[in-house]
Write a protein that binds this ligand. Structure first.
Ligand code: URA
Length: 314
């Protein structure tokens, strides 16, 4: 079995690395009673490397009272602004409102409790059936992508959190997997910093095929892909969704509001069977990489901390 101290060391290093990348403070504080270790034992591995200066500068952990992770990793930026009234929503586009030419009608949804009670095997079977339907109907033909592989999505079909992006990029198209390129690497680091394993999430995109020049198509061309994502959400039944970037957020929440209005507060998605799923929009990792300012990084981290807090209550 892996040495738990080594595992903690590796986790702390990865989290500190992400904090450095996002340029937010990282002060690890551990809940005690599980492992009787001190911060210096966790961080400093005399056999291999030195603790990073940022970690070494951190005060010793509170070893008696468990601390909230959010409090343990304060952002240097201002706290998230007080909740604002929700931005005006567009009238619902009702993407599942009936058959489209060449598309099968969607069957009535299974009752929410039954959907939520499905086993992992049943969810895998439902996902495979949905994928088969997608392959028959190929809604991406509406935006005429040039692609090598469809990127369906991956992860735990019983995940508590779904991350949703807009469309595969070049690396994703080549590998057939979501978020594996540069922005995926940043996303991975954010996920590690949240204390979550990527394999415990479900990650998908609104579009399953790479659009020409990575340009998100107009709504009329993209909207027919949305019902498949909504069905993926219904199969997984996550407690929370994080949308990455404006295109995915607007499609999923059916709004034209700006990212400035949407991020930093909870929205809600109601799926066909009536389940209401909280959604936290945040900036797309590729936007973070392009606009690598302290302000943007701090906002993303603040959004993710809200997700971590809410997850604890779920
Ligand atoms: N950008 C996305 O929105 N999705 C991916 O899978 C990769 C990059």
């Amino acid at each position: 079995m892996a040495d738990p101290i080594q595992q903690l060391r590796s986790f702390v290093r990865q989290s500190a690395e992400t904090a450095r990348l996002l340029d937010v403070d990282f002060i690890p504080v551990y809940r005690c009673g599980v492992l009787d270790v001190t911060l210096s034992e966790i961080v400093a591995d005399p056999a291999t490397e030195q603790a990073s200066p940022r970690i070494a500068a951190a005060p010793p952990p509170a070893m008696t009272a468990p601390a909230k992770p959010a409090a343990a990793m304060p952002s240097p930026t201002k706290p998230a602004p007080a909740l604002r009234p929700p931005p005006p929503a567009k009238p619902a586009i009702a993407p599942l409102d009936g058959p489209r030419p060449g598309f099968e009608p969607w069957p009535a949804p299974m009752p929410a409790e039954d959907a939520q009670a499905r086993s992992a095997e049943e969810r895998h079977a439902a996902m495979a059936a949905l994928r088969a339907r997608y392959d028959r109907e190929q809604p991406h033909q509406l935006f005429k992508p040039v692609f090598n592989n469809l990127v369906w999505g991956e992860g735990d079909v019983r995940a508590a959190v779904m991350f949703i992006g807009e469309a595969p990029g070049e690396d994703e198209d080549l590998q057939g997997r979501p978020f594996v390129g540069r922005s995926g690497q940043l996303l991975d680091k954010m996920i590690v910093a949240m204390g979550i394993e990527r394999s415990s999430l479900y990650i998908a995109n609104v579009l399953k095929a790479r659009p020409v020049n990575n340009k998100f198509p107009v709504e009329a061309e993209a909207a027919p892909s949305l019902p498949y994502l909504l069905e993926q959400i219904a199969i997984v039944g996550p407690s929370l969704i994080v949308t990455l970037g404006l295109a995915a957020t607007r499609m999923l929440l059916d709004t034209e509001a700006s990212m400035g209005d949407l991020r930093g507060r909870w929205s809600e998605l109601t799926i066909r069977d009536g389940r209401r799923i909280p959604v936290m929009p945040t900036y797309h990792p590729s936007y973070v990489l392009r606009s690598y300012t302290e302000e943007v990084r701090g906002k993303v981290w603040s959004d993710l901390k809200m997700v971590m807090e809410r997850l604890k209550q779920a």
